[in-house]
Ligand binder design. Structure first.
Ligand SMILES: [Zn+2]
Length: 79
């Protein structure tokens, strides 16, 4: 079992489980997969793959957890 992200022609994204890549393509080709949101049978495989395009969010810059900064270095950040 493998989960693929699929997208219908109305841009609805949903996940569907298949036995494998071939099963996924066969079911899409046969129109056996329908969008759970709109019922469309025009489904394509999503482009989402893990770790494509790098990290989704840059790590936040370190900042003092105290509002306005503690100003005395107690938090170790000296701000
Ligand atoms: Zn849809």
């Amino acid at each position: 079992m493998i989960s693929y992200t699929l997208i219908c022609d109305k841009d609805h994204e949903f996940a569907h489980h298949f036995d494998g890549y071939d099963d996924c393509m066969a079911q899409l080709k046969a129109g056996k997969v329908t969008c759970p949101t709109c019922g469309s049978k025009t489904i394509s495989k999503g482009l989402s793959a893990p770790n494509v395009g790098g990290k989704s969010a840059q790590p936040a810059a370190p900042s003092c957890p105290a509002a306005g900064g503690c100003m005395n270095g107690m938090c170790g950040l000296n701000r």
